[in-house]
Design a binder for this molecule. Structure first.
Ligand code: MG
Ligand code: MG
Length: 254
């Protein structure tokens, strides 16, 4: 999506605010004993109460053999992304880290965001992993300036995560968003500064660093969606939808 006028911009900004409000409510609900399905039900209810629609429910990503069955992706510990919340009982435990990821459609505009949240008290490595991955998102956003290249975003994200001693999950990454859940370009979370497509004013991008405490190799579960780290190490994921303005990126889903 390229934002061409003030009306599109206003709709995008409103969509992001709505998503952010739902996300903050979900974050506040995270505690030991809560199930992934409870969070999913709440997310869907809050989105629909606002007159909007969940973007992932019923969406079929490229290459998938069935549509996604829930509003929310809930990915716990070694689950990397796309954990299904409502096909088995997944109960949050003290010490877990849990990724919450969803998209929202407001007046035809799609926005996408994710956070990873500690459940109660978590170990030092998990705290460090969350901090490094969120810092990587901040660094990626800072590099998302018209005139820079896609590779500047990728490089900034990679540096932040690797400097902290963690790995990039290289098979997953960010994407264009706005008209559809996933649009071109694919945005790798690693790469060379100055390489790739030129960034232009009006672009709407979802940046999403995805890290692993061990190695970054992943497997996909028989459910066709849930990615896990191969080595069982923990993974973190933070995502914002951003709009490229004249000389900075505006965070839409903050
Ligand atoms: Mg995304
Ligand atoms: Mg997402």
């Amino acid at each position: 999506m390229i934002i061409k006028n003030e009306k599109e911009r206003a709709t995008l900004i409103e969509a992001g605010k709505r998503l952010a409000r739902v996300m903050e409510t979900l974050r506040a609900k995270v505690r030991p004993g809560v199930t992934a399905e409870e969070l999913d039900d709440l997310a869907e209810q809050l989105i629909r109460d606002g007159g909007d629609s969940p973007a992932f429910l019923g969406y079929t990503p490229e290459g998938a053999r069935r549509s996604y069955p829930a509003t929310l992706c809930v990915s716990i510990n070694d689950e990397v992304v796309h954990g299904i919340p409502n096909e088995s009982v997944k109960t949050l435990k003290e010490g877990d880290i849990v990724g919450l990821d969803f998209g929202l459609i407001h007046e035809g505009v799609v926005v996408d965001s994710a956070i990873t949240v500690p459940v109660g008290a978590v170990n030092e490595e998990s705290k460090k992993l969350l901090r490094a991955t969120e810092d990587a998102l901040v660094a990626g956003i800072a590099a998302a300036i018209p005139g820079n290249h896609l590779g500047d975003i990728s490089h900034a994200i990679q540096e932040e995560i690797e400097r902290a001693g963690f790995s990039i999950v290289k098979s997953l990454g960010g994407h264009g968003v706005g008209d559809l859940v996933h649009e071109e370009p694919f945005i790798p979370n690693f790469g060379r500064a100055g390489s790739g497509a030129l960034l232009e004013e009006g672009m709407v991008l979802a940046l999403e660093p995805i890290s692993a405490a061990g190695k970054g190799a992943v497997t996909i579960a028989p459910d066709g969606y849930t990615y896990r780290t191969k080595d069982g190490s923990r993974s973190a994921h933070f995502e914002h939808t951003i709009l490229l303005e004249k000389d900075r990126a505006r965070i839409i889903t903050a």
